[in-house]
Design a protein around this ligand. Structure first.
Ligand SMILES: *Cc1c(COP(=O)(O)O)cnc(C)c1O
Length: 325
C-alpha cells in the first residue's frame, strides 16, 4: 500500500483511485464510483446531487443521516428531512413512504429522494432484504423520486443474508459504502451510481473540499479492503454471537432479543442494577476493555478484524467482574 502508484486525482489521474472506483462500482453493479473521504460526506454528496434547496428527503428517524451527520443536508444543502419511524427491523413502512410523498402544491416542498440504510446501525446492525429494497425503489420511481442507499456496512448485510451484494444494491439509484469500519481501511468510502450521476457528484465533492490529490495511498488500502476483508466478515458475525451468548449469561445484563444479526451486539443493564452504563463503561475501561455506551443503560459492542476469540472472552470476563460487585 505504501508504494501504491499515485497521480493527481483532482484531475482523475490517480491510477490507484481509478482502479478502486472501477472495482467498487463493478462489485455493486453500478456504472461508476467516486472515492470520498468518509461515509458522512458520501451521503451528503449524494443528497446534494439529487436535491435542490427546499427539496424534501424521506428517511428513517433512526437513520444515520438523520441522527449522526450533524444536520449536514440541512446546513449545507437546505434539504428538508421528512422522517418516518424506523421499524425494529430497520425498514420504513411502505404505506408510510407512499403517504409521505407530497403532491404538487405551492404549499409543499418537492419530494425528491428516499434514503434507506443497510445494515441498519441504530436498529441493531440488522440487514435489510433485496426484496424490500426493490419495493421501496418501485414506490420511489413510480412517483419520480430517487432511492439512495446508505450502505456503510452493505457487505456485512450481504454476508449476514448470504446473498450477492448486488441483490441488495441493484434497485437503488446510488449507494455509499465504507472501506473503513469492518473492511479495515484507515479511511474512505465510495459512492457508486450511474456515470452521469457520478459526474455531478464529483463536482459537488470538489465544492465541499473533498477532492484529494495523490490519494492513491489511501485508495490502495481500499483495494486491499475489497480484496481481502469481505470474505472474512462472517467471522465477525460469529464472534458477535459468541459475545452475545457470553454476556447473556451474566445476571443484570439483558442482550437485545434480536441481537446480533451481523457484527453488533446491543445490550442493556437490568433496571434494578444500581449503576449507569457510563459508570459501568468506566469500570470496564479500568480492566483494559473499551465499550461504547449509547444511553443511560445501554451499550453497543461491535466486532471487527482486531477482536479475536480471546478478546471476546476478555470482554465477557470484564463485564462479569464489574457486574458481580
Ligand atoms: C459510520 C456510518 C456512516 C458514516 O461514516 P463515516 O465514515 O464515519 O462518516 C454512515 N452511515 C452509517 C449507517 C454508518 O454506520
Amino acid at each position: 500500500m505504501s508504494i501504491a502508484e499515485v497521480g493527481d486525482d483532482v484531475y482523475g489521474e490517480d491510477p490507484s483511485v481509478n482502479r478502486l472506483q472501477e472495482i467498487a462500482a463493478e462489485k455493486l453493479g453500478k456504472e461508476a464510483g467516486l472515492f470520498v473521504p468518509s461515509g458522512t460526506v458520501g451521503n451528503l454528496i449524494a443528497v446534494l446531487s439529487y436535491c435542490a434547496r427546499g427539496d424534501e428527503c424521506i428517511m428513517g428517524n433512526l437513520g444515520h443521516t438523520f441522527l449522526f451527520e450533524a444536520g449536514g443536508i440541512s446546513a449545507l444543502g437546505g434539504v428538508h428531512p421528512h422522517t418516518l419511524p424506523n421499524q425494529e427491523d430497520g425498514t420504513l413502512l411502505l404505506d408510510e413512504i407512499h403517504a409521505a410523498i407530497r403532491p404538487e402544491n405551492d404549499h409543499f416542498p418537492h419530494s425528491r429522494l428516499v434514503i434507506l440504510e443497510n445494515t441498519h446501525n441504530r436498529c441493531g446492525g440488522v440487514p435489510i432484504s433485496g426484496a424490500y429494497t426493490q419495493q421501496v425503489a418501485e414506490i420511489a420511481h413510480e412517483n419520480g423520486l430517487y432511492l439512495h442507499l446508505d450502505g456503510a456496512r452493505i457487505f456485512n448485510a450481504a454476508v449476514a443474508l448470504n446473498v450477492p451484494v448486488r441483490s441488495l444494491t441493484d434497485h437503488t439509484d446510488s449507494v455509499t459504502f465504507c472501506l473503513s469500519k469492518g473492511l479495515c481501511a484507515p479511511a474512505g468510502s465510495v459512492i457508486c451510481s450511474s456515470r452521469e450521476f457520478i459526474r455531478k457528484a464529483r463536482r459537488i465533492r470538489k465544492q465541499l473540499g473533498g477532492g484529494m490529490r495523490q490519494a492513491g495511498i489511501l485508495a490502495a488500502t481500499g483495494l486491499v479492503a475489497l480484496d481481502k476483508m469481505i470474505d472474512r466478515l462472517g467471522e465477525d458475525h460469529q464472534r458477535a454471537k459468541s459475545l452475545a451468548c457470553g454476556l447473556a449469561q451474566i445476571p443484570g445484563i439483558l442482550v437485545d432479543k434480536k441481537s446480533p444479526t451481523s457484527n453488533m451486539v446491543f445490550l442493556s443493564l437490568d433496571k434494578d442494577f444500581g449503576l449507569s452504563a457510563k459508570i459501568v463503561a468506566a469500570k470496564i475501561a479500568q480492566l483494559g476493555v473499551l465499550v461504547g455506551e449509547i444511553g443511560e443503560r445501554q451499550f453497543r459492542l461491535v466486532t471487527h478484524y482486531w477482536i479475536d476469540d480471546q478478546a471476546v472472552g476478555t470482554c465477557v470476563a470484564a463485564f462479569r467482574a464489574v457486574l458481580s460487585v
